[in-house]
Ligand binder design. Structure first.
Ligand SMILES: *Cc1c(COP(=O)(O)O)cnc(C)c1O
Length: 376
């Protein structure tokens, strides 16, 4: 009877986290309200210091959201009209949107079938005299192959932007992502592994000149009030979100640990024939999403829904076939591995406060479905 009385299981349970952290968060918010300082201030500066330390980068700057982080990174590297940027077609739209936003051209290459990250062996063929940079995405929290990508970047003099929006805390060969390339970009959208209660983002870099440029760019290109040396934007971190993030950052490692534990239990319990996330010690996975792959993806999603279990498809349509990018003249069939993943992938609920009882119910529902399919 347990099945019938269980509450619906969402993809992420932000309410459960809020219940745990409500008191410290309310205290922090009150401090911000009383401070009279609401955009760029003490909380933001503290967050920048702590996240820089956490990621292992020399500098961090709070910005308005993850998309702006990417735009600021491209602008700081002086990438714009006439330039090409290599990236993956299998990511959230914002990765390539940022490239187009600064006037450059996104150049897609296919992904690794087992990690869903861009395949370094396909980079060289995509490089032209116009190529300026590569945006690497650590999709779902899984580290991309930074070693290969860095060595190609060095060989061809390309800059590396890491889209680490889904991967705060993920390690590549012992170094945290976001501190490996030239600039790291983070999103603190509420559902991310470190999430605010609104929009927020951050950039990291080890290069002081890039830090100094982004410091200006995020605030209308100004060094001091009403003196503008660059054309920038308004992309500042607000103090309320910074304060909330300070509380949540304190719990980040515990929460990531729990995500890995939930992932381990899924992988152990689900049948061998399903494609499950690739886990390796050199390229860590922090499980922003736990995705399986199967032909009957849509049928399983419907069955889960019928049993009040959420699931998600990240992403159903690769970027090279998105309407907004039709001017790039890609067509269906150009990136078969990304297209196959888009048609088969299914993300299961995963969040730090998930109970084993909830997870066991999800697992047994999936197993029942698969048994039923086998008998057909
Ligand atoms: C969330 C996300 C972004 C954009 O972040 P926002 O804060 O929503 O602007 C960019 N890239 C990836 C891979 C993301 O997951």
């Amino acid at each position: 009877m347990k099945e019938e009385t269980m509450d619906p299981i969402p993809m992420v349970d932000l309410q459960a986290e809020l219940n745990l952290l409500r008191n410290p968060i309310l205290e922090m918010i009150t401090e911000v309200l009383d401070s009279g300082n609401y955009v760029l201030g003490k909380k933001g500066e503290t967050l920048e210091k702590l996240v820089a330390d956490y990621v292992g980068a020399k500098h961090a700057l709070g910005v308005a959201n993850g998309t702006d982080a990417l735009v600021l990174a491209l602008k700081a590297l002086d990438i714009g009209s006439g330039d090409e940027v290599i990236t993956t077609p299998f990511t959230f739209f914002a990765t390539a949107e940022a490239i187009a936003e600064v006037g450059a051209r996104p150049v897609f290459i296919d992904i690794e079938a087992d990690t869903y990250n861009l395949d370094p062996s396909k980079i060289e063929a995509a490089i032209t005299p116009k190529t300026k940079a590569i945006i690497v995405v650590h999709l779902y929290g899984k580290a991309a192959n930074m070693k290969e990508i860095l060595s190609l970047a060095r060989k061809y003099n390309l800059r590396i932007i890491e889209d680490a929006c889904q991967a705060i805390g993920t390690e590549f060969e012992g170094k945290r992502v976001g501190a490996i390339g030239d600039i790291g970009c983070f999103s603190f959208f509420p559902s991310k592994n470190l999430g605010a209660f609104g929009d927020a983002g951050l950039v990291t870099t080890n290069q002081k000149t890039l830090h100094d440029t982004m410091l200006k760019l995020r605030n209308h290109g100004s060094d001091k009030k009403y003196h503008h040396s660059l054309i920038g934007m308004n992309s500042r971190l607000d103090e309320m979100q910074a304060a909330i993030l300070l509380v949540k950052l304190y719990y980040l490692d515990i929460f990531l640990h729990k995500r890995k534990e939930v992932a381990r239990r899924y992988t152990e319990s689900l049948p061998e024939f399903l494609r499950k996330p690739n886990v390796s010690s050199s390229r860590e996975h922090t499980f922003h999403q736990y995705c399986i792959e199967l032909d009957e993806r849509d049928k399983l999603a419907a069955e889960l829904d019928k049993n009040h279990i959420a699931s998600g498809v990240y992403y159903p349509k690769p970027l090279h076939v998105q309407e907004a990018f039709r001017y790039l003249n890609y067509k269906k069939g150009d990136f078969p591995i990304a297209e196959r993943a888009a048609s088969r992938i299914l993300a299961l609920p995963i969040y730090p406060m998930m109970t084993y009882e909830q997870q066991d119910y999800i697992i047994s529902t999936i197993k029942k479905f698969l048994e039923g399919e086998k008998d057909k």
